[in-house]
Design a protein around this ligand. Structure first.
Ligand code: KG4
Ligand code: ZN
Length: 343
């Protein structure tokens, strides 16, 4: 049994968690999963401000770690190792997390495991459900939009990525230009419920292309053009623009994921791939319903971790730490944070 303290500070969540491996079970046990979301600190700016994020991590992380240990009903004496996000992400936040993790490890003579944030997302279904390798992962968040083939621990193939904006970023920017609050994803989804998705024929960037990449900045610009033609916007215009935007996104994702699932059957296995969706955008009900549909057509299953484990959290980092420790790989104390770190 291994008990790991996880720390995550790569973006605008200050997070700590305690996770334990369970003897004889493929998954893990989450003893605590403590997250302080800085959304309110950034809302006035319509997006994450790196300097504000770094300062908030400095001010909040010690208390979040203490709360997470208390929530788990453990002390540092019960912890076998510390796992920390070393990248990719905003460098100021990464430095805060890594300095804190190294300080704890030095003071308590504990091993340190430096984790790639994307690997945390990729391994989450193993924490919650003991999901066997391989599987396909669609990661859609404020910072990332990727299709990954998860073959094994440390064995990831990136099949697709965005060539410009991340999907969550596209939701956030679209919301901002329509005068909706940050974070934009939930606001756009809410507005879209009362909208006509067929009113504006927006582009479906990359749809039909063989390579599995994404592009969202042209779609956002199309919304901007449409909005300025209509200005001043009525409430119904905003509903319809949001619905049309969300439909274009959903349509594009459907095309990309169908292709990915078919490629998997051609190249990886005769059996269809289990499809895992993660990241903040996975909360979107229209996107969820479309993915369920695609999986049904392809005779496979969609797995979506609970939302608290889909958006940024430290439980996924602690779990990735456990998986690495169990294969005998801790990290040296000289490891440095990396703002860019492809899986
Ligand atoms: O994974 P996440 O919580 O954190 C970061 O990427 O830092 O993702 C946040 C992103 C934001 O861009 C937010 O607008 C988007 O996820 N998001 C959504 C929804 N809820 C959150 N996008 C679309 N529909 C939603 N319901
Ligand atoms: Zn993330």
């Amino acid at each position: 049994m291994t008990t790991v303290l996880g720390i995550e500070t790569s973006c605008d969540e200050t997070a700590a968690a305690v996770v334990r491996s369970v003897e004889g079970s493929a998954g893990g046990e989450i003893l605590s999963n403590t997250v302080y979301s800085q959304i309110a600190d950034h809302a006035a700016f319509g997006g994450v401000v790196p300097e504000i994020a770094a300062r908030a991590h400095v001010e909040g992380l010690d208390a979040i770690v203490a709360r997470s240990l208390a929530d788990a009903d453990v002390t540092l004496d019960d912890i076998d190792a510390v796992a920390v996000t070393a990248g990719p992400g905003l460098i100021g936040g990464l430095i805060v997390g890594m300095m804190t993790a190294k300080a704890i490890c030095t003071a308590r003579s504990l091993p340190l495991v430096a984790i790639n944030h994307l690997e945390g997302h990729a391994l989450t279904p193993r924490l919650t459900d003991g999901m066997p390798f391989p599987y396909l992962l669609l990661l859609v968040s404020g910072g990332h939009t990727q299709i990954l083939l998860v073959r094994g621990l440390g064995d990831y193939e990136r099949w697709g990525t965005t060539i410009d904006d991340a999907l969550g970023e596209a939701f956030d920017k679209t919301a901002k230009l329509l005068g909706l609050p940050y974070p934009g994803g939930p606001a756009v989804e809410r507005e879209a419920r009362n909208g006509d998705a067929t009113r504006f024929p927006l582009p479906r960037p990359m749809k039909g292309e063989e390579r599995l990449d994404f592009s969202f900045s042209g779609l956002k610009s199309a919304v901007r053009r449409q909005a300025s033609e209509l200005a001043p916007l009525t409430a119904q215009d905003v509903h319809d623009l949001c619905a049309s935007f969300q439909a274009a996104v959903t349509d594009t994702l459907r095309d990309r994921m169908l292709r990915a699932l078919r490629r998997y059957r051609g190249e990886v296995s005769d059996h269809p791939a289990a499809l895992v969706v993660a990241g903040g955008v996975a909360a979107n009900q229209a996107i969820r319903a479309m993915l369920e549909d695609v999986c049904k057509d392809e005779k496979t299953r969609l797995y979506a971790p609970p939302q608290s484990l889909c958006s940024d959290n430290a439980a996924m980092i602690a779990w990735a730490g456990i998986e690495h420790l169990e294969t005998g790989t801790a990290t040296g104390m000289d490891v440095a944070p990396r703002s860019r770190w492809p899986l």
